[in-house]
Design a protein around this ligand. Structure first.
Ligand SMILES: [Zn+2]
Length: 359
């Protein structure tokens, strides 16, 4: 048995809202692990909620100090697993099954991954566990997916977002053949869910309905039928077999209830939008119509494999490039990272914020 190796990782840790410092933290590289150096990351709303202190005080108390960022790619710089080589360009899988942290089954690490997706023992990078804002990220090899050469970095870094949508689509049982589907939310999550439904699952533009509140945003959904929620008549005959609610925040209530109006009898409503508040729902119609209501916010390694393969589709790449910012932030110190987060929090742009690390 090869002994453990200890590696120092320069880690950008959020110590309190609006404040990030650098800490050198010892990481242990064990059999079955890889050491990944993050190269490019995308800032998530979840990162912003921690950074700006919008999480409940108990959550902040429990989870800080912590390195943010879970939408990221990197380069393998050391490997203790036969399936990963030094130099591999990988997408990082942030949802790490507890069993993989404790007991590394080197040969078949992905076997029981899916069932563990919502296990209490799981850790999630950038949510109570140091995320990708660090120089030397140690992960079980199963929590990395090698990026094919024909997928550029700026598309690969969107993989994690796509996987969350992928799992939601799977949970709604969408095969793409005949379903009529609606997506609520004109932000990145709604956009990616709709793009995945169209380009990877084959839901035709005729059968795919995108609902948003802002005309310029919903206009980017060129591959779907586009509707503004303000002017749509939700009392019409139900339209779709499944609705993905990707709005979240203060619009969760109206969007979720419009989804209940819009879905056919025995249809699926998948909630993906995050809100810290409780949301009143029209349970009368959920019962009346026999609607299945599902929450979905995570993904596992199987979703990453599906998505990374799907990302090779040039049309899908082209659609996703709408979310790629014109300029990336280069991170060489904690201030750089705080600037990128400050700017993202201050200007709620439609495009994502990307940060490139120089270590
Ligand atoms: Zn995220």
């Amino acid at each position: 048995m090869i002994e453990k190796e200890t590696i120092l990782s320069k880690t950008y840790r959020l110590t309190e809202p609006w404040k990030i410092g650098i800490e050198a933290i010892e990481r242990e590289l064990k059999e079955g692990d890889v050491l990944v150096q993050p190269t490019l990351a995308s800032i998530c709303h979840a990162d912003l909620r921690y950074y700006t202190g919008q999480r409940r005080p108990e959550a902040l108390q429990k989870k800080l100090p912590m390195a943010l960022l879970h939408e990221s790619i990197g380069t393998v710089i050391k490997s203790r697993h036969n399936d990963r080589q030094v130099g591999d360009r990988v997408v990082i899988v942030p949802n790490v099954p507890g069993s993989l942290l404790e007991r590394r089954d080197v040969h078949d690490v992905t076997a029981s991954y899916n069932e563990e997706n919502y296990s209490r023992d799981n850790v999630f990078l950038g949510s109570g566990y140091d995320g990708a804002a660090q120089e030397h990220l140690v992960l079980p090899a199963a929590c990395t997916v090698v990026v094919p050469n024909d997928v550029p970095d700026e598309i690969a870094v969107l993989a994690e977002l796509c996987t969350v949508s992928n799992q939601a689509i799977q949970r709604a049982g969408i095969t793409g053949d005949q379903e009529h589907v609606a997506v609520f939310g004109d932000g990145p999550v709604g956009f990616i869910t709709a793009a995945l439904l169209h380009y990877v699952y084959g839901v035709s533009s005729e059968r795919l309905h995108a609902f948003g509140a802002v005309e310029e945003k919903i206009a980017s959904f060129t591959f779907a039928k586009r509707h503004l929620v303000q002017s749509y008549d939700f009392s019409k005959e139900p339209l779709v077999d499944a609705v993905f609610e990707c709005t979240g925040g203060r619009f969760s209530e109206s969007a979720a209830n419009q989804a209940i109006d819009l879905v056919k009898r025995e249809g699926n409503v998948v909630l993906m939008g995050v809100t810290e508040d409780k949301v009143p729902l029209n349970t009368r119609d959920i019962l009346e119509k026999g609607i299945r209501l599902v929450g979905s916010s995570r993904s596992s390694v199987g979703d990453f494999q599906t998505v990374v393969e799907g990302l090779r589709n040039k049309d899908f790449q082209h659609a996703l490039s709408a979310l790629v910012p014109d300029e990336f932030h280069t991170i060489t110190c904690a201030d750089d990272l705080m600037n990128a987060l400050n700017e993202t929090a201050a200007h709620k742009a439609w495009k994502k914020t990307f940060v490139t690390f120089t270590w």
